[in-house]
Write a new protein. Structure first.
Length: 347
């Protein structure tokens, strides 16, 4: 080990020891190999949050409560977590998708992250220049690529049970009542099921620009394990794999890609402002943005031909009782405040 690397490892061990109480996601690595601590310390000083929400911190109960009640593992204050406060935006409710998943072994998570940084799909995103709010598409990488043929054994998680749209509505009503201080005894609680296996599953990798000054490329914001879709036996999830496997052949691909890399709950507090910035700049050569706006207009005008009925809610994870047109109208008003909302729905 060279002198610089040795110093980095010592600094990482000292960092974990100093901050593990106030940053509890560091606690699981405090007795791990110093090289593992070095990975966690580096992540903790960066822009990503995978080690807080999707790694060894906590137990199954914490993951179960995240998907059932939107309690954020990244919220270090337990009382605020139980009340639903997000770990990064402390004045907002936490939002969770249909699943809460993680790599529950600290060493395995660190190993996956190290291998990931050299994976071709990750390098594509990491090396993309951060210019004008443009962010690389999320990458989908087999768990076996990063952790070997038995790597799925290190992955676990929970999902909303039954019809996801119904379960999401039950959860949303409960969490909103909690947020507004209502008596929760009269509200139904969402059902949750353990994901039985991650065999043949993938990691979803999302990116965030390296800095506000656009120096360099991108960092990894999230590394999230996902099971093979048939494991959850929920037909609405098939749409996600359809767009991963055949994006060019399906309609509204650009809108769905923007939802995935700017608006999805795992990314929005990092990247949503970059989308607003990108729209404000609207560079003449930004053909992808022009296509996004064209597809958004088409959807707002009521032309949904070829769009899977659950595609928008899967890609964006929007959490309210509104429908797709209302969600899209609100999005339009945020992005294009000086332009009239196309179509009949005004949001």
């Amino acid at each position: 080990m060279d002198e610089q690397r040795e110093r980095e490892v010592k600094d990482a061990v000292a960092y974990v020891a100093a901050f593990k109480k106030q940053r509890p996601w560091l606690e699981p690595v405090s007795k791990c190999d110093p090289q593992v601590q070095r990975v966690y310390a580096s992540l903790d000083l960066g822009l990503g949050h995978s080690h807080k929400r999707h790694a060894a911190f906590g137990d199954d109960t914490l993951q179960r409560r995240r998907v059932a009640y939107c309690e954020d593992p990244a919220q270090a204050h337990s009382r605020m977590r139980i009340m639903g406060f997000d770990g990064f935006k402390h004045d907002r409710q936490h939002v969770c998708g249909a699943e809460a998943t993680r790599v529950h072994d600290a060493t395995a998570f660190a190993a996956a992250f190290v291998v990931l940084t050299e994976h071709p799909e990750a390098r594509r995103g990491l090396d993309t220049p951060a210019v004008g709010g443009r962010i690389p598409d999320a990458a989908k990488i087999p768990i076996a690529d990063l952790l070997g043929s038995k790597g799925h054994d290190f992955c676990s998680g929970f999902a909303l049970a039954g019809d996801w749209l119904d379960a999401r509505l039950v959860r949303r009503r409960l969490t909103w009542a909690r947020w507004t201080g209502e008596d929760l005894s009269e509200f139904a609680k969402p059902s949750v099921e353990q994901i039985p296996s991650f065999e043949n599953g993938h990691f979803i990798v999302r990116f965030v620009p390296n800095s506000q000054t656009e120096a360099g490329g991108h960092q990894i914001c999230t590394l999230t394990p996902e099971p093979e879709r048939h494991v959850l036996q929920d037909p609405r999830l098939e749409v996600a794999d359809r767009y991963w496997l055949h994006p060019a052949a399906l309609p509204f691909t650009t809108v769905l890609n923007f939802m995935e890399k700017y608006i999805h709950p795992e990314i929005r507090f990092n990247n949503y402002h970059y989308l607003i910035r990108r729209v404000a700049i609207a560079a003449p050569d930004d053909e992808e943005l022009a296509t996004f706006k064209s597809e958004l207009v088409q959807l707002l005008e009521g032309d949904h031909r070829g769009l899977h009925p659950h595609a928008l809610s899967v890609a964006s994870g929007y959490e309210d009782e509104g429908d797709d047109p209302q969600f899209l109208a609100r999005l339009w008003k945020k992005l294009y405040p000086l332009e009239h909302v196309p179509g009949p729905v005004q949001g």
